[in-house]
Design a protein. Structure first.
Length: 465
């Protein structure tokens, strides 16, 4: 098995942790995880240096991913900034990544490549030039329902790169349907069968027809991992600032897709509309800065901090702060205790591929906790029947939903938690991996020789896409 991703094990975010546990669980086979570490392409286990990618390429790729692809793919094109030079860097990094994997003569772990997400969307096309390679992709973010005319061609390039994979996985049916519709409308040379969830390349003559299977399977949770953390670690792991009698928890990054600004406005409305809750409940926001150095995200971070100060200044007293803002990353042991102690969890993205924190909360939460969730999160499709719905763009409606979640009768809260946990158990992390079609269990492929003979990046980049 080879995992190919932009970030490696131990990186921030729930996806990295989940994939790390899949990677470690494959004890009966040779494993490799290729990823970027600053400006270096590395592979592990053990950690081995492959090559250095020029910093200007890494920076351009990063800008293209976050300034352009991220907002467009989340259906928020008003935040998008396009740069042709950054697009070229995106292609170059994908090319360097894929050709180094293909030309590493000692790496014979498997011909199954599990490619992660939008940062490496062109990699399957490059790998598939070798008919023995079998790349698969899991797409962790949304695919938009509609795309503006100016953004079609860059996304055609992305879609074409994906369609050389044997299978492409999405969290929910909506994203898969949006992708198939986009290919049908804009990408020539492919036949889409929406009933069978397949996309077939139309070949001339006697060439073999290449088919890509489209799979819908939301990422599962390692339930045992989180439950053991929440039950076996005492509350003494919690810093003093978290020891609160009653609190509503949110955990995310300061990213405009997550609806953090909208949430802070709703918290302000909540204390205005429901004064009885003042000094009785606190909002704990575990929210780190993200993508520093990019204007849209830097401005969003500053806007969040201003709103935090406004809420605390308006409603706080000498003995009580209505809002606790945690800027530092929180370890799973502490996070599990935060989940367990929360009266409610508030998750209100405008658009979110899945949102693993919702699943982590359900795994760890007390039996009478409430989950407040917007339908902008992919996990809504699994949880919608047993949560309190919030409207991320309506501050007053969100405030009312918070009050509903906190005031709900205990018996109803308990019944909802029971049902949510049944949903978690029905789609474990292991089940997700098996459904997506990972490398065969127990497969053993010996490495023929130590990792060696890697092509220098500059030589690779001379063969432009």
């Amino acid at each position: 098995m080879k995992i190919l991703s932009f970030r490696g094990p131990g990186s921030p975010g729930g996806v990295s942790g989940a994939i790390s546990r899949v990677f470690e669980a494959h004890t009966g086979e040779r494993k490799r995880w290729w990823h970027l570490l600053d400006d270096r392409l590395v592979v592990r286990r053990p950690l081995e240096y492959v090559c250095t990618i020029p910093q200007e390429i890494v920076d351009g790729h990063y800008r293209y991913c976050n300034n352009f692809l991220w907002p467009v793919l989340h259906g928020l094109p008003e935040h998008a900034t396009y740069c042709s030079d950054d697009r070229a860097s995106y292609k170059e990094l994908n090319l360097a990544f894929a050709l180094n994997v293909s030309n590493t003569t000692g790496d014979r772990a498997s011909n199954f490549h599990f490619v992660q997400d939008y940062q490496l969307a062109l990699v399957p096309q490059i790998l598939a030039a070798n008919p023995q390679e079998k790349p698969s992709v899991f797409w962790h973010i949304p695919w938009p329902k509609s795309v503006s005319h100016d953004h079609v061609q860059p996304l055609v390039e992305i879609a074409t790169g994906l369609l050389d994979a044997t299978q492409v996985g999405f969290h929910i049916a909506e994203y898969a349907e949006n992708f198939m519709r986009f290919v049908q409308d804009y990408v020539p040379g492919f036949a889409v069968d929406s009933m069978r969830h397949t996309i077939t390349a139309i070949r001339s003559g006697n060439q073999k027809r290449k088919q890509t299977k489209i799979i819908v399977q939301p990422l599962g949770l390692d339930l045992q991992f989180w439950q053991e953390h929440s039950k076996n670690v005492g509350s003494e792991v919690l810093p003093l600032q978290f020891k609160l009698p009653r609190y509503v928890l949110s955990v995310d990054r300061a990213d405009y897709t997550k609806g953090v600004v909208e949430r802070l406005r709703a918290i302000n409305e909540f204390f205005d509309l429901y004064p009885d809750w003042r000094e009785r409940v606190t909002f704990v926001q575990v929210c780190q800065r993200t993508r520093q150095g990019l204007d849209a995200f830097d401005r969003y971070w500053e806007k969040c901090l201003v709103l935090v100060d406004e809420v605390n200044s308006r409603w706080g007293t000498e003995a009580w702060k209505p809002l606790r803002w945690v800027k530092e990353p929180v370890a799973p042991a502490v996070l599990s205790q935060l989940y367990r102690g929360a009266s409610a969890m508030l998750i209100n993205p405008l658009r979110d591929g899945l949102n693993l924190t919702a699943k982590e909360f359900v795994a760890c939460a007390a039996d009478d906790a409430s989950l407040l969730l917007s339908d902008g999160a992919g996990v809504w499709q699994e949880f919608k029947d047993h949560v309190t719905k919030v409207q991320p763009l309506d501050a007053r409606a969100m405030a009312a939903a918070i009050e509903t979640g906190l005031s709900m009768p205990m018996r109803e809260r308990q019944q909802r938690v029971v049902e949510l946990r049944k949903t978690l158990q029905a789609n474990s992390l292991c089940a997700w991996w098996q459904r997506f079609g990972g490398a065969p269990a127990g497969q053993v492929v010996e490495l023929s020789q130590p990792l060696a003979q890697v092509l220098p990046v500059r030589d690779l980049l001379s063969a432009r896409m």
